[in-house]
Ligand binder design. Structure first.
Ligand SMILES: Cc1cc2nc3c(=O)[nH]c(=O)nc-3n(C[C@H](O)[C@H](O)[C@H](O)COP(=O)(O)O)c2cc1C
Length: 370
């Protein structure tokens, strides 16, 4: 099933392999996508659907160095070159909207922007900055209700910008400890207004963003990534976790959005994600379900055959093997990912992984665009 076409609503995919969103920190100038990034994404268009790296809808959401945005005209123009490169190879592409919230550092933000969160609760850990290396996260500024309205408007504007840039849709990053998840989880959300307290209130921001973006660009163009039982970025497990996410599964289903993309980082050493919560999402959510985390071809095929998911997303194998579909089809050996160049600027470890088409023509250290 993995290599067979997939159709749901208006989305037609050449296969069921999705490229997982991966931050690569190559948007060196003004958080604006560039030709090198177009080369990278174009190389990986063997996947039916590409989900871009986390991309901020707001200056406040640019917590990491050199991550792209999608709010300025220049950013939209930069992304247009990337969607063109991907479309010319027959793949589809969604942009992941990632607002980093309290995970960030002022050194990484443009002038006038701020590290914000649902509450003034510090996240343990550090953020890399180009100027000063790793720095502790600052305590975020607690968002006022006006700030929340502004942020919802920023997501809406980014969704419209995504369509203008040629994306088939957006993926809201509701996983891995960033702003949307910071509202969902009780450790980072201590609010006493309509956006905090009960799960109905903690889910409100996420649902408001879903409603605003689906109203702006259409239900077929909006998905969301969630990480139930994820602990990344100081998000501890708590007793009501499973019930809270079951509520989210039902509430998101009611919005009619296109897909839910579940993260399971246990293959990367994170705590196990119970099968029961994945089953709950499969049962409660009538749209497309994407599963991700540690997949190889055999496990992808077997989960698709078992009906556990509609699509399977793969990160590191596609990062290191632009021609992954061909390699998985033929059983060819895989290039290992080079962790040292995950987030470093430039082509090395980015566009120079050898594939069948470029091994000879493009030795490591050069790119097609160079
Ligand atoms: C270099 C790198 C960057 C990542 N950046 C993001 C990101 O921006 N957004 C996101 O949702 N997940 C991000 N992830 C997590 C991946 O999407 C994926 O869930 C993870 O790599 C596990 O899948 P895999 O075993 O197929 O690699 C990143 C992972 C890696 C390795």
């Amino acid at each position: 099933m993995l290599f067979e076409p997939f159709v749901s609503r208006s989305l037609h995919l050449k296969n069921r392999l999705v490229m997982s969103p991966m931050t690569r920190s190559r948007a060196v100038a003004a958080n604006t996508p560039n030709a090198l990034m177009a080369d990278y994404y174009g190389q990986r268009a063997s996947a039916g659907l590409i989900i871009t790296e986390g991309t901020s809808p707001s200056p406040n959401g640019l917590g990491y160095p050199r991550i792209p945005g999608i709010f300025s005209a220049a950013q939209v123009a930069g992304w247009k070159k990337i969607t063109d490169a991907v479309h010319s190879k027959g793949a589809k592409i969604f942009v992941q909207l990632m607002h980093t919230g309290r995970i960030g550092h002022p050194n990484n933000l443009p002038q006038g922007a701020a590290v914000v969160g649902p509450s003034a609760v510090l996240a343990a850990g550090e953020m890399y900055t180009d100027a000063e290396g790793a720095k502790p996260h600052p305590t975020p500024k607690a968002m006022t209700e006006a700030d929340i309205k502004t942020a919802i408007g920023e997501f809406e504007h980014a969704a419209k910008s995504a369509v203008a840039a040629g994306f088939e849709g957006i993926e809201l990053h509701g996983a891995n400890g960033y702003l949307l998840e910071q509202f969902i989880r009780p450790n980072s959300n201590k609010r006493t207004d309509a956006y905090g307290g009960s799960i109905e209130n903690r889910a409100r921001f996420v649902l408001d963003v879903v409603k605003a973006t689906t109203a702006a660009i259409g239900k077929d163009k909006v998905g969301i990534r969630l990480s139930p039982f994820g602990v990344f970025n100081d998000m501890p497990i708590y007793p009501e976790m499973e019930a809270d996410y079951a509520y989210l599964a039902r509430a998101l289903n009611a919005t009619g959005l296109f897909y839910i993309h579940l993260v399971d980082h246990s293959p990367m050493g994170a705590p196990a994600v119970p099968q029961s919560i994945k089953d709950t999402f499969r049962k409660e959510f009538k749209g497309v379900l994407i599963l991700s985390g540690g997949y190889d071809a055999a496990r992808a095929e077997s989960d698709l055959e078992a009906g556990k998911a509609d699509l399977i997303a793969v990160g590191r194998p596609l990062l290191a093997n632009p021609d992954l579909v061909e390699r998985w089809k033929t059983g060819a050996p895989l290039n290992p990912p080079d962790m040292d160049t995950f987030y470093t600027p430039g082509a090395k470890g980015y566009t120079d992984y050898p594939d069948a088409g470029n091994a000879a023509a493009r030795p490591r250290g050069t790119t097609a665009a160079a």
